[in-house]
Ligand binder design. Sequence first.
Ligand SMILES: Nc1ncnc2c1ncn2[C@@H]1O[C@H](COP(=O)(O)OP(=O)(O)OP(=O)(O)O)[C@@H](O)[C@H]1O
Ligand SMILES: [Mg+2]
Length: 129
Amino acid sequence: MLTRHRRSAGAARKHLRDFLDGIPDGGALADVGELVLSELVTNAVQHARVSPGREIAVQFEIVCSRLRIEVHDASSEKPVIRRSTGADDLSGRGLCLVEALSVEWGCAPRPEGIGKIVWALVGPEGGAR
Ligand SMILES: Nc1ncnc2c1ncn2[C@@H]1O[C@H](COP(=O)(O)OP(=O)(O)OP(=O)(O)O)[C@@H](O)[C@H]1O
Ligand SMILES: [Mg+2]
């Protein structure tokens, strides 16, 4: 569990490194895994506007040699890829990165409570494109 705080992406990356350290060949998933996790946690901190005390959860799982990253937040607002980001816009590209670096990603309601889960599957082979 992480609080909605600007330091939470760094804390999440540390949890991921600790998780992958315990897994054979986990290092092959670390660089891309950290990038994708950073974007998803940053989005939860910046965009999931909910009452104080509502926290963010991160969860990691290895599925068939791939890393499944889950970021749970308490907002039911869904992530939307901004296809129309302008050439000079400073933001609006995080989910494009997630899409490019993941084998697959998506969003689902949190089964155990309010909010949602944004998930991504990262493989040692790189992204979907
Ligand atoms: N966890 C979330 N909860 C609610 N809305 C989200 C969430 N993640 C993303 N969004 C919505 O999807 C949009 C696109 O997200 P994306 O990460 O691509 O861009 P950004 O966060 O606006 O900018 P950048 O990531 O480039 O700094 C966001 O602007 C926001 O409206
Ligand atoms: Mg973002």
